[in-house]
Design a protein around this ligand. Structure first.
Ligand code: EPU
Length: 784
């Protein structure tokens, strides 16, 4: 194998080309594999670059690397000796004997500029990998889809077959230990060849395995012919066998006529033929024939027909290397996926979360088909398009790639160092999917919100797939971590209780603003509420209780931890016993008022006008018509921070205007109110008065009730009115025209708009009247 010429290594017009000083390196292979030097890698965090760094360290070089980001890989490499820099500095070139750069690095990178100007040897990643391969018997796995899995499978089968291969694969491979490995003992070097930047031409392997060829990377290639040219060159440069997928027309056309070509696939004419494929949940089994002779059955523990194809290629290659068929099948059975290749992130009877790297329509179709065959109830997919150029070039194909998914969420494009293309966004794909008559597609331009949207739509029986080559897997990982907790919460509240992820609190507050609750839980019994309290304490999860959300302003970032909404069961029981009415924490105060009326008990009519629950009324010592909750309370039942229940009589309780300290750290279960026997007509009159007062003095629009506590000197509403602030607004949050102490939501107001308006009112009251207004609404949650 010889090192490729510079002219073919890079695009003819590449600006890198004219700066190369390669004359000093007639034998890069020897330099990298038998000597020891100082080598700097520019863009070392990339999946391919980190593998190369690992190889170079194992080969004994002093390796340094720079990247804008750190990853678990760079951290692992640092432990092995990589000197890592989080910035690209010109001086890194000065101290190195040789510099290697990733294709993602721009021409104006300071290290490249310095290396060029001082004549430092500068190589592309693939050139370095190809030169390392030159010291061994090289095997290159190439193709548009399935390379990483197939390279990993090949390395694994060769390793199990006793060949001690070295390997270089573009992702973390748990079963192989690392993404790259230099094995002194073995003769072979298995490498995943990257076709995306033309550097496939650098390789002169002994064997090549060609998986498939189609239009891709149109940011780099003008058309399919240009792609085929690169593959043709690789095939020409292969000294031994070319194993190729005969079922792929482009591959078959290119490889078929070559002399030492070995075909594989499902077609009758394949040298290595797969037949009678049975797809199972997470795997498959199939029979293999070699030129008509039955070799036996193989079993895979990775899903999908596309992986049967990949495995046939590996079987063909390994057989050509004389590994016995039973050894091959024994190792295939043990093979586990590479990271991000149908990687199961969470599995239970109710949910299955899987991440996959698929980003080309063909890959998406294959992955969705594999996912569908698992037979879960719904297939929910989140997809992050990768590169503007691919989104533009293949948008039609993307439109029909999601047919197997029940719900699809598309986020914005991961640029992968590309500048944006005007008019090309995630919406481009959404529009194509809609045009293709798929009705379950939504667009979420903010990647950070994807896990929330998907998490909130989850139903038991869902398989959730994250797809893309960018960073969408992080969203699935957040979802998986939260689902672990959500499932534990579900086990506590049981079938009758409800648990939801990322429930929008704007649906549970009367003001209709507020971000999501990380975990929304509706217990039905006092006992499950107590267990929830203990669980949150043990897991160090914050716990917040919400009733009707009528006196609550939740910030736009939502509430972290568990939000408990006691509802149904014990919490909505209402009992009348003589003059006493006991209501669960979830009972509405107006229900108490009407239960009292039904029992001819008076004194509770004012509760008719309060839009809260018993729990909320207690917590706030809510009031109206000059009355307040604790004037009527005789007993309170509550759970303490340990989940133990207590009952306290009114005389044991400390209560203030709009404040009841006991419930700041404890949780209401129920309250007993005391009424006085009264004539029905008298009760009705008072109920009417309350209704009338509400109707005439308070807005009907969405609000959180009174925003401020009444200062001692003047009612807050009157003050706001006198300050001339009625009808003033921030965005869609506006001071009511009807009552100055109400802020109303004119539609889609945000919490930050309401908060800004509150601050404005406070500041005017301070400046003009010297009054320090204090909010009555409880303000909770995280800013966005
Ligand atoms: N006023 C004005 N302009 C206004 C609003 C009020 O001049 O824009 C005057 C009224 O005319 C009245 C005085 O201010 O003379 C007090 O107003 P209101 O009678 O409406 O009572 P409030 O003190 O503003 C209280 C409770 C309300 C409850 C009503 C009705 C507080 C902070 N608010 O309001 O409770 O509904 O009484 O009984 O105590 C709540 O807690 O969320 C709430 C709305």
């Amino acid at each position: 194998m010889k090192l490729t010429s510079e002219a073919t290594a890079a695009r003819a017009d590449s600006p890198h080309k004219k700066f190369r000083r390669r004359d000093a390196f007639p034998d890069l292979s020897r330099f990298l594999t038998t000597e020891q030097h100082r080598i700097h890698l520019v863009g070392v965090a990339g999946s391919g670059m980190s593998g190369l760094a690992g190889l170079l360290i194992e080969l004994g070089h002093a390796v340094s690397g720079s990247d804008r980001v750190t990853t678990t890989e760079t951290e692992r490499l640092q432990r092995l000796g990589l000197r890592f820099h989080e910035q690209h500095l010109a001086e890194h070139a000065d101290t190195a004997d040789l510099v290697v750069f990733s294709s993602a690095i721009k021409d104006d990178n300071p290290i490249l500029l310095t290396a060029r100007s001082c004549g430092k040897p500068l190589f592309r990643r693939a050139e370095a990998v190809a030169a390392i391969m030159q010291a061994k018997r090289g095997i290159v796995i190439a193709g548009m889809h399935g390379k990483t899995t197939t390279s990993a499978m090949t390395a694994h089968v060769l390793r199990e077959g006793g060949l001690h291969p070295s390997h270089y694969v573009g992702a973390e491979i748990p079963i192989l230990g690392t993404n790259a490995y230099w094995n002194e003992r073995g003769e072979y070097f298995v490498a995943e060849g990257d076709e995306s930047d033309g550097t496939l031409r650098c390789f002169h392997p002994e064997h090549a395995l060609i998986l498939n060829i189609e239009e891709e990377h149109l940011d780099f290639y003008p058309d399919l012919a240009a792609i085929e040219k690169v593959f043709a060159q690789l095939i020409d440069q292969t000294s031994g066998s070319v194993l190729y997928n005969v079922d792929d027309p482009n591959t078959a056309r290119l490889c078929g006529k070559r002399k030492r070509a070995v075909s594989y696939g499902f077609s009758e004419q394949a040298d290595y033929r797969g037949a009678d494929v049975e797809l199972q949940n997470f795997g498959s089994s199939f029979f293999v024939f070699r030129r008509g002779e039955k070799l036996g059955q193989a079993t895979l523990n990775v899903p999908g027909e596309h992986n049967v194809h990949n495995a046939l290629g590996v079987i063909a290659l390994a057989s050509e290397l004389s590994i016995p068929f039973d050894k091959i099948t024994a190792s295939l059975r043990k093979f586990e996926h590479a990271r991000r290749r149908f990687e199961i992130k969470y599995a239970s009877d109710r949910f299955l979360l899987v991440d996959d790297y698929a980003h080309h329509p063909t890959e998406i179709r294959a992955t969705l088909r594999a996912a569908k065959s698992i037979g879960r109830r719904r297939l929910v997919t989140m997809f992050q398009p990768h590169r503007f150029s691919r989104t533009k070039a293949l948008c039609r194909e993307f439109g029909s790639a999601f047919d197997d998914a029940d719900r699809v969420m598309i986020t914005d494009v991961y640029p992968a160092s590309e500048p944006p293309i005007p008019g090309i966004t995630g919406r481009t794909i959404v529009d194509e999917i809609v045009r293709h008559a798929h009705h379950g597609v939504t667009y979420q331009p903010h990647l950070q919100s994807v896990h929330r949207d998907v998490g909130n739509m989850l139903e038991a029986g869902d398989l959730v797939l994250s797809l893309g080559a960018g960073n969408i897997h992080e969203q699935l990982e957040i979802l998986a971590a939260d689902l672990v907790i959500a499932e534990k919460l579900k086990a506590i509240v049981g079938e009758e209780g409800e648990v939801r992820l990322y429930e929008p609190l704007s649906n549970h507050t009367t003001l209709r603003v507020g971000g999501p609750a990380q975990f929304w839980v509706e217990p039905r019994t006092e006992q499950t509420f107590a267990e929830l309290i203990r669980f949150c304490r043990d897991e160090h999860l914050p716990l917040f209780v919400i009733g009707r959300g009528s006196n609550l302003l939740v910030r736009d970032g939502g509430i972290r931890g568990v939000v408990v909404h006691p509802r149904g069961g014990d919490f909505e029981k209402i009992e009348v016993d003589g003059c006493e009415i006991t209501g669960g924490a979830g009972v509405k105060l107006r229900q108490v008022a009407y239960a009292a009326r039904a029992a001819n008990l008076g004194g509770l009519e004012w509760m008719e006008g309060i839009p809260g629950t018993v729990g909320g009324g207690l917590r706030m010592n809510a009031g109206a018509m000059g009355a307040q909750t604790f004037e009527n309370v005789t007993r309170v039942r509550y759970l303490d921070a340990e989940g133990n229940s207590h009952v306290k009589n009114r005389d044991e309780l400390e209560v203030f205007y709009r404040r009841f300290p006991l419930l700041e750290k404890n949780f209401a279960v129920s309250a007993t109110f005391c009424g006085q026997p009264a004539e029905r007509a008298e009760i009705d009159t008072r109920l009417r008065e309350s209704q009338e007062k509400r109707r005439t003095t308070q807005p009907v629009a969405k609000s959180a009730g009174c925003i401020f506590k009444n200062p001692a000197t003047i009612p807050a509403g009157k003050l706001v009115d006198e300050l001339g602030l009625k009808n003033s607004r921030v965005g869609n949050a506006r001071v009511s025209r009807v009552h100055g102490n109400f802020i109303v939501n004119d539609g889609d107001a945000t919490a930050s708009e309401v908060l800004e308006l509150i601050d404005e009112i406070k500041s005017v009251a301070r400046q003009k009247r010297g009054i320090e207004l204090e909010t009555e609404v409880e303000i909770v949650g995280e800013p966005e």
